[in-house]
Write a protein that binds this ligand. Structure first.
Ligand code: SF4
Length: 495
């Protein structure tokens, strides 16, 4: 997962990109980068990238270098590529014009495109990250369109290049880009799998500034108003004078990732016109209603969230059950989210440092633990062990997400079936493995209902591929899945 931001402003933009990345830090903690552009006669990209947290990469000196009124930024968690600085984003190519780009997503046909770009398009790739193929496919198409139709309107040429990108690049991608001498370009894949929100800020002189971002978390503090989302298959172009053009190039099924609402997005985000916080409250409501139907005679003494993504669902579940909500697991705020850390060893090691059980809240009680999801199962097992070690009488484990059974090839790090506990075991076996008295999962229909109940969202069918194995894009059959899993395992060996 990654966070992206692009800002077109009438004043220097580096500080706002930096603040935006701080607000997107939860989407990726391994690397970050900012690229700005000075649109005067200099026509220069200014770039700073590094490994680690945003606050550790940028200092006064390199921020001073990042001049210009257009900029794009990226916070990275890799699902393709390694941890080398050459794989950090934004990246850029010199021709045509000079194009810089950053994205959030994952490209399913990445290996084929790498070959094609070298053999057919004669383009050199220098990194091992999938944004590079998007950049070069787009650059190649824009070059061709410009040479073929030199007198065309530039927005038409951009649309033609994005259309070509849509037809060659299969997967999930939300993209922010700057074209030297031309302006800012933003587009979202034809199914809108990864998010991309749009904000607008009216200046005193009547001019408008624009922000495009994975989440809306920084809009209020930077003074932007939410102006909806980039539609699936839509391209937006802002020229150097600040004129904004947009066009929807495809009309495919809108299938945004359901897991954003379950786990990734910050609760204060509005995504695809749906409040993430409210969606999580509704997940808790649906769970409570079905719990009462399934176990009319069983109630816990206390409901404890596995902090902190599950807090919201646990709160509403406790409310609906009429049971006390307790922060019985204290989370050390200075340790990163375990799911987002690379490598199994680190992930396992970090749980006990991250969470500390509060004995008074747990001892001799029937404890219901609510978590956002159970992916690999390691964290959940350790949490249950902690709660048992601290004297719980009975433990009920509730997952706000249905069983995660299939890998994600669209940008979330759950890539191989052998890692997913629900891909290899039935619910009863998982219950035994986790050592809980009751294991209770959300079902798919009620998760979708919780997410889509409110909001003017136009979602046709959210992507649920990791839950039901139906992949909205990429023609993913058994052979392709085996190949993608092998590729991901190979990538990991390089890390
Ligand atoms: Fe999201 Fe799952 Fe679809 Fe991946 S497979 S995009 S995690 S819903």
């Amino acid at each position: 997962m990654c966070g992206i931001v692009g800002i077109y402003s009438h004043k220097p933009v580096a500080a706002e990109i930096y603040d935006s990345l701080i607000h997107l830090q939860h989407r990726g903690q391994d690397a970050a980068g900012i690229l700005t552009y000075t649109k005067n006669t200099q026509r220069k990209f200014h770039i700073k990238k590094g490994a680690g947290l945003v606050r550790d990469i940028f200092d006064e000196q390199n921020m001073a270098r990042l001049q210009g009124n257009l900029g794009i930024g990226h916070s990275r968690y890799p699902t393709v590529g390694g941890f080398g600085i050459e794989d950090a984003q934004p990246i850029w190519t010199a021709a045509p014009y000079g194009i810089a780009m950053a994205h959030n997503g994952n490209i399913v046909n990445y290996p084929d495109l790498v070959k094609e770009l070298w053999q057919k398009d004669r383009r050199h790739l220098n990194a091992s990250v999938d944004i590079e193929v998007v950049l070069h496919v787009f650059a190649h198409a824009l070059d061709k369109a410009t040479l073929t139709n030199p007198d065309s309107d530039f927005f038409d040429l951009i649309c033609s290049a994005v259309q070509s990108t849509f037809s060659r690049v299969s997967g999930a991608y939300s993209v922010v880009a700057i074209i030297s001498g031309k302006g800012m370009v933003v587009f979202r894949d034809p199914h809108g799998i990864r998010p991309l929100a749009r904000g607008i800020r009216r200046n005193e002189d009547g001019s408008d500034d624009y922000i495009f971002s994975s989440e809306t978390t920084m809009f209020y503090s930077l003074g932007y108003d939410l102006d909806g989302d980039i539609h699936p298959g839509e391209v937006v172009y802002i020229d150097l004078e600040g004129n904004c053009f947009s066009r929807r190039l495809t009309e495919n099924q809108f299938s945004p990732c359901i897991f954003e609402y379950v786990y990734f997005a910050r609760p204060d985000t509005t995504m695809n016109k749906i409040s993430v916080y409210r969606a999580r409250l509704r997940m808790g409501q649906n769970l409570a209603r079905r719990w009462k139907e399934t176990y009319p005679d069983i109630l816990p003494d206390i409901v404890i969230p596995a902090p902190s993504t599950a807090n919201t669902s646990a709160l509403s579940m406790a409310f609906e059950l009429g049971i006390r909500y307790s922060e019985g697991l204290y989370k050390n705020p200075f340790i990163g989210r375990t799911f987002i850390m690379p490598g199994q060893l680190q992930r396992k090691k970090s749980v006990k440092y991250k969470l500390v059980p509060q004995e008074l809240e747990i001892r001799n009680k029937k404890v219901m633990i609510v978590d956002d999801s159970i992916v690999r199962g390691n964290t959940s097992k350790e949490i249950v062990k902690m709660v048992r070690d601290f004297g719980a009488k009975e433990v009920y484990f509730v997952s706000a997400c249905p069983p995660v059974k299939s890998p994600c090839f669209y940008g979330v790090d759950m890539p191989t079936r052998c890692e997913l506990i629900a891909s290899n075991m039935n619910i009863e076996d998982i219950r035994k493995e986790m050592n809980v008295d009751i294991l209770f999962y959300q079902n798919i229909a009620e998760l979708v209902e919780a997410v889509t109940r409110k909001g003017d969202h136009n979602i046709d069918r959210p992507c649920l591929a990791c839950l039901d194995g139906v992949y909205p894009v990429g023609n993913i059959n058994k052979d392709i899945m085996n190949g993608l899993e092998t590729q991901r395992n190979h990538e990991r060996l390089k890390i």
